[in-house]
Design a protein around this ligand. Structure first.
Ligand code: GLN
Length: 202
């Protein structure tokens, strides 16, 4: 069966492991290159992208994850995980690295002090049902997507209305918000389906 890793360097790893298990995937933490080799797909949690970047270098995972992404491994990143999938980061630290893979520019901590953390209704293209109750915590937004990337969601109310908060590029999926914190499994189920479909093609 499909094994989905959760990058377990920093961030809300436990919540993603739980959501994946609820979405009927075999989920396990990934901290070492040998563990990366055993998974079919990967989730990059929310947390702090500068810390995840630093630890990815220290744990020898930066290049291996870049290689797996280039080789077609399905990856889903939420919040800091979205930043880690971006080709370009604004308001990042000078020494911050990303895995890249999605041709997009994200701005860290984009929503500003007044709305550091907030919740909003968000509909995601390709996922049925009512709008997500999306939780944003010092979240990035997406300022540019390349031709190969597809915008899946924008904030549809409040001061940040219109901002891009979910993107897909082939086997890569990213959301600025944290579905792992709300018990709404639709994004994780969607990703597990993406990963199963990718594996069927291999
Ligand atoms: N602000 C964090 C960063 O830059 C992301 C916050 C989050 O993942 N909730 O990485």
């Amino acid at each position: 069966d499909l094994v989905v890793g959760v990058l377990a360097l920093q961030g809300d790893v436990r919540e993603h492991l739980h959501a994946l298990a609820e979405a009927d995937a075999l989920a396990r933490p990934v901290r070492r290159p040998e563990e990366l080799d055993t998974v079919d797909a990967l989730v990059i949690p929310g947390g702090e992208s500068t810390t995840i970047s630093k630890l990815a270098v220290e744990f020898g995972l930066l290049e291996p994850i870049r290689k797996r992404i280039a080789g077609g491994m399905p990856v889903y990143g939420s919040c800091a995980g979205m930043i880690m999938l971006a080709a370009e980061v604004l308001d990042g630290r000078a020494d911050q690295h990303t895995f890249g893979g999605i041709d997009m520019t994200v701005r860290r901590n984009a929503f500003g002090r007044q709305v550091d953390s907030f919740e909003a209704g968000v509909s995601i293209d390709g996922i049925d049902g009512p709008p997500f109750h999306a939780v944003f915590i010092r979240a990035p937004w997406v300022e540019r997507v390349g031709d190969d990337a597809t915008v899946l969601a924008r904030v549809d109310e409040g001061p940040a209305a219109g901002r891009i908060v979910a993107v897909r590029q082939r086997h890569l999926l990213a959301t600025a918000f944290h579905p792992e914190l709300t018990g709404d499994l639709r994004v994780h189920r969607h990703f597990v389906e993406m990963a199963r479909a990718a594996r069927a093609v291999d």
